[in-house]
Design a protein. Structure first.
Length: 252
């Protein structure tokens, strides 16, 4: 009986050792192995991995792209406007060994770097740039964060500023500014139209001055247009020369 119990215990220990020594890594996973505390240079996986029980310790790392949501940050722009900005970053581990050895909890470290970079970088731009040059700012953020996380084996591929919250008072001021800009453009367009119309009138006056008969033709055309309407008003043209002659007679 004692031999049977001992045999069962041995079998259980063997199964436990095999379970501890055999690991399966998926296609997107790699294993960083430490043997008695020393790093084994090449990461393991994917597939079935054998570890020496009680000697080897493996840290499992994922190589898939991670979506990191950057919490809203209070930022004061270069033109002293307080805004609240949040962003999202996409990154992945390209060097599993560096992500384990060079930094503790690379995910937390990357999040902290993204937050501080977001505050410091956006504080160097004015509000108009935050609103109109979003792609340029995204590229700057991506480059800065990627440079800082590169030694950790982390590659930041995309950083996108999601929302820029502006104070209510600033929103009202921007609305008034936009309305004033629309009114200015409308006045400029109206002034340009009047200027072009005056040029055309000046050209027409010059043509009429060179061809006096054109005045009579224009008068006849106007009479035809008025006759088409039912009205009792009649306009009779008085030559300017006749008025000038009458004026001279009155002076005498």
């Amino acid at each position: 009986m004692t031999e049977v119990i001992a045999g069962i215990i041995v079998i259980v220990l063997i199964v436990a050792l095999l379970a501890a020594s055999l690991k399966v890594l998926r296609e997107y996973e790699r294993g960083v192995v430490f043997r008695l505390g020393r790093l084994i240079k090449n990461p393991r996986g994917p597939g079935l991995i054998f570890l020496i029980p009680l000697i080897d310790r493996m840290v499992r790392m994922e190589l898939r792209t991670v979506t990191l949501t950057v919490p809203p940050q209070e930022v004061i722009t270069r033109d002293n406007v307080p805004v609240r900005v949040n962003a999202v970053a996409y990154f992945r581990v390209v060097d599993p060994i560096a992500a384990v050895v060079e930094v503790e909890k690379f995910l937390v470290a990357t999040s902290q770097i993204a937050q501080t970079t977001l505050r410091s970088t956006l504080g160097q731009h004015v509000l108009d740039e935050l609103l109109s040059e979003r792609e340029k700012i995204n590229a700057i953020l991506q480059r800065i964060i990627d440079d800082q996380t590169g030694p950790w084996g982390v590659k930041v591929s995309v950083v996108e500023v999601k929302d820029v919250e502006i104070p209510t008072s600033m929103q009202r001021a921007m609305a008034r500014q936009a309305e004033a800009e629309r009114e200015r453009r409308a006045k400029v367009i109206a002034a340009e139209g009047e200027y072009q119309a005056s040029e055309k009138l000046a050209d027409a006056a010059q043509v009429l001055a060179e061809h006096p008969v054109s005045v009579q033709l224009r008068y006849l055309q106007t009479m035809v247009e008025m006759s088409a309407e039912r009205t009792s008003t009649v306009f009779l043209p008085i030559p300017i020369d006749l008025l000038a002659h009458l004026s001279r007679l009155g002076e005498r």
